[in-house]
Design a protein around this ligand. Structure first.
Ligand code: C2E
Ligand code: MG
Ligand code: MG
Ligand code: MG
Length: 284
């Protein structure tokens, strides 16, 4: 059993400092166990994709969703994406995993559309490594072709941090954009990016990071940052999506500042596809 093995490793680890890397809660040994379990997770049916709705805050209409990977380990239960995505990135498994999420999502969008669910797009998170690998656009193109999905229904979310220096990433984003895929910058505001650099990216939207949204409207700094991001986006003709909205005060503030789309527990949590259909098909 994986969990008992980990338990023993932990106890042995008390006398064996090599198992621990300083400051990390998970041991090197545990990471290796998880990493190897993740390798077989897909074929064992342990992976799934949950979907969190995004709404037009002015009209209340469903715009679409964000696809979020889930891993249900038979013994450990749900492993948080923060953990297994990081592991998958370190081990290179993210390339295969990421492709699986894109395929699963494209199939699902196709099914929703033919079932009468009205949505503009569904977004999928993409890691730096996937973009840097060089054939990502090709693999997305193949998936769109296989599933028969029109490219504009798929949005890819990338974080700003890794695109800044890499010219090659820009080429990749251009290729995806030319195929008709929509592009968004995720967690915007958490790392440095200049206006000049933003202008060069073929993106359609910025997602305001939830760390700013969390403290609206009581923290003047968060308010100022959100306001500045929305104003900057609008001057670059980009849409903004606020993530992590948990209450009506946050929604009202963001709407008043001109942010159109919202995502967060206030509107709806990430749910399995079937539940998403049940919740949102009737009202769309
Ligand atoms: P993210 O892309 O910024 O996704 C938003 C995260 O915030 C999700 O966490 C979501 O469940 C959570 N969230 C949504 N609304 C609220 C809210 O109102 N309050 C709070 N406190 N949290 C909210 P999750 O699902 O745990 O995913 C964490 C991160 O893992 C994601 O952050 C994304 O960076 C990464 N991730 C998830 N799935 C994938 C994937 O398929 N591929 C890649 N490369 N990364 C993924
Ligand atoms: Mg995201
Ligand atoms: Mg985000
Ligand atoms: Mg994030």
């Amino acid at each position: 059993h994986a969990d008992t093995a980990m338990y023993h490793a932990k106890n042995q680890g008390r006398n064996n400092c090599q198992f621990y890397s300083a400051g990390l809660s998970r041991t090197v040994y545990e990471n290796l166990m998880l990493e190897s379990a993740l390798r077989n997770a897909e074929e064992r049916g342990e992976l799934s994709v949950h979907f969190q709705p995004q709404f037009d805050m002015a009209t209340g209409e469903l715009i679409g969703a964000e696809a979020l990977a889930r891993w249900l380990h038979p013994e450990l239960g749900l492993v948080s994406p923060a953990q297994f995505i990081a592991l998958a990135e370190e081990s290179g498994q993210i390339v295969k995993l990421g492709e699986w999420v894109v395929r699963n999502t494209c199939r699902q969008i196709k099914q929703w559309l033919s079932g009468g669910l009205k949505l503009d797009r569904v977004s999928v998170n993409v890691s730096a490594l996937q973009i840097q690998r060089g054939n990502f656009a090709e693999s997305v193109g193949r998936i769109l072709c296989e599933t028969g999905l029109e490219a504009g229904f798929l949005e890819l979310e990338v974080t700003e941090s890794f695109i800044i220096e890499a010219e090659q990433s820009l080429v990749m984003l251009d290729a995806l954009r030319q195929m008709g895929v929509e592009l968004a910058i995720d967690d915007f505001g958490t790392s440095y990016s200049s206006l000049k650099y933003l202008k060069r990216l073929p993106i359609q939207r910025l997602k305001i990071d939830q760390s700013f949204v969390r403290d609206i409207p009581n923290d003047p700094n968060s308010n100022a940052i959100a306001r500045a991001v929305i104003a900057m986006a609008s001057s670059l003709q980009l849409e903004t999506v606020a993530e992590g909205i948990e209450n009506s005060q946050q929604r009202d503030f963001l709407m008043a500042e001109g942010c159109r789309s919202g995502q967060g527990y206030f509107f709806g949590k990430p749910v399995p596809a079937a539940e998403f259909t049940r919740l949102y098909l009737a009202e769309s």
